[in-house]
Design a protein around this ligand. Structure first.
Ligand code: 5AD
Ligand code: SF4
Length: 474
């Protein structure tokens, strides 16, 4: 088998990063090597996101950049995969006629075979899942296959950290969101498959696993009378030697049960870090978004978290300028951000997505400038809170999993071994300190001496005597 090369560009969420890892792993099995140079590639893949218009534009500009290469080398196979492939299907060919291959997120297992078909001169190939109104639930589910065959440590930011999918799809149908259409019905993977995959990761030297699901804490799997939820899955994964940290994203606020919180409290490897997007602090907006909870219910969730997990950190997502959002409704979001004191928040300007209920029924009537101003205002408030809360951590010592050279060290081209390194606490706080590349992959005690809104600055404590590092604070 002659070696072929694949180039892959990924935009979007962690689920997409994982999908790219899986696709590269399966192509490796079919004789491909990874290349970072599109000129050098036999197959060029673009893993796409449809959550906001901007993400789609990004892919089209990437495609624009390789147009000439494809014209000069028509034998190179250009593929568009992921959510935009599923959502736009043939439309992608209209905007970028030099694309050969369109593959939705539920059909990724077919990529090696489809690339081969294009190479054999069989013309354009399209593999997508059924739409949510195109058949029975069972039929639709069958066309959205989870794709978790192999792992490729070289595709991960570090070999000792990995994502592990436990659930695909989403059944919540928030009115602004395209994901239930592109990734299909919610389906929990069988627990045994998940445990087996975690064991493979542990055998590869992986220490930290982040479980992925669109609404990860809604995870359920039925096998006869046996029901597994996220809490019992965490209990099973906790038993695996070598795995030292377990995280999970993204949480759906309504499904944050006491049982789950107690499980997190009792399992030392599970991070008390909860990403639980609030989206808006106004009941009227939440209702228009069909988020399925009220502000009071979200507050109750926060109270449950601080009662059972006083050291937990919570982070959130917000959409500003959603259809009809008034100044007063936005101010309610501001107030709630101040009240909840999230570790950090991701803030997005509403982007109308054709195919969603909001696009069909509610006008996108907040002007762009207003969205931008609200975005800036909310971000400034959140940053000030993050900085204040981070400054409270000065003098404390955390267990930090060292990931690699810091951004600054990379930019300066520092080669080490003594360089500035970056890592994370079990509550997902970023810590930068003067270290040694030999420390990468280890969990070390780091004392914090300074902080900004997004970063803690520390020093390794060399004579640390104390509890095991995974349990070192948050
Ligand atoms: N416009 C802007 N932001 C969106 N999100 C989801 N759909 C949209 C949209 N149409 C945001 C939500 C979600 C995050 C992943 O992306 O905040 O939690
Ligand atoms: Fe989208 Fe809502 Fe599902 Fe999250 S819960 S993926 S925002 S529909």
């Amino acid at each position: 088998m002659t070696t072929k090369r694949v180039y892959i560009e990924t935009v979007g969420c962690q689920m997409n990063l994982l999908d790219s890892e899986m696709v590269v792993a399966s192509l490796r099995k079919n004789g491909y090597e990874l290349t970072v140079d599109p000129q050098d590639a036999d197959a060029l893949l673009f893993n796409t996101c449809s959550v906001r218009q901007l993400a789609e534009e990004k892919t089209y500009s990437s495609l624009g950049r390789i147009k000439r290469t494809k014209q000069q080398h028509p034998e190179k196979v250009v593929g568009v995969m992921g959510c935009m492939a599923q959502k736009d299907q043939q439309l992608v060919f209209e905007r970028a006629p030099y694309v050969d291959l369109i593959v939705g997120p539920g059909q990724l297992h077919r990529i090696p075979e489809l690339i081969e078909s294009v190479r054999q001169g069989e013309g354009r190939q399209v593999a997508v899942s059924m739409g949510r109104r195109d058949g029975s639930l069972d039929q639709i589910k069958r066309t959205h296959e989870t794709f978790d065959p192999l792992r490729d440590p070289t595709m991960r930011p570090t070999p000792f950290q990995a994502y592990l999918r436990i659930q695909i799809g989403c059944d919540k149908f928030c009115t602004y969101c395209i994901v239930p259409m592109t990734r299909g019905p919610e389906q929990g993977r069988p627990p045994q498959q998940i445990v087996d995959e975690a064991q493979i990761l542990a055998d590869q030297g992986c220490k930290e696993i982040t479980l992925l699901g669109q609404t990860v804490n809604s995870y359920r799997h039925h096998d006869g009378s046996q029901e597994t939820d996220l809490a019992s899955l965490l209990e099973q994964l906790h038993e695996i030697d070598g795995i030292e940290r377990l995280k999970f994203v993204t949480n759906y606020p309504k499904d944050m049960t006491v049982r789950l919180l107690e499980t997190i409290r009792d399992l030392r490897k599970v991070s008390p870090y909860l990403h639980a997007p609030l989206q808006s602090g106004s009941d009227a907006v939440l209702q228009r978004m069909k988020r399925g909870y009220t502000v009071t219910e979200y507050r109750e969730m926060m109270a449950r978290i601080s009662h059972h997990l006083p050291d937990a950190t919570v982070s959130s997502d917000f959409i500003v300028g959603f259809c009809g959002e008034t100044e007063d409704e936005f101010q309610q979001t501001v107030e709630l951000v101040k009240e909840c004191r999230f570790k950090n928040s991701f803030i997005f300007k509403y982007s109308e997505r054709p195919g969603t209920k909001a696009a069909d029924r509610i006008p996108d009537d907040v002007p762009y400038e207003v969205k931008q101003r609200r975005n800036n205002e909310l971000l400034a408030i959140q940053d000030a809170i993050s900085e204040e809360d981070n400054l409270d951590l000065l003098g404390r010592t955390f267990g930090v999993l060292v990931e690699g050279p810091s951004k600054k060290a990379k930019k300066r081209g520092d080669v080490g071994p003594l360089v500035q390194v970056t890592g994370r606490t079990r509550c997902d706080r970023i810590v930068v300190f003067q270290g040694n590349l030999r420390q990468v992959g280890h969990i070390l005690p780091v004392a914090i001496y300074d902080a900004s809104s997004h970063t803690l600055f520390g020093e390794v404590v060399t004579d640390h005597v104390g509890p095991e590092l995974f349990t070192l604070n948050s």
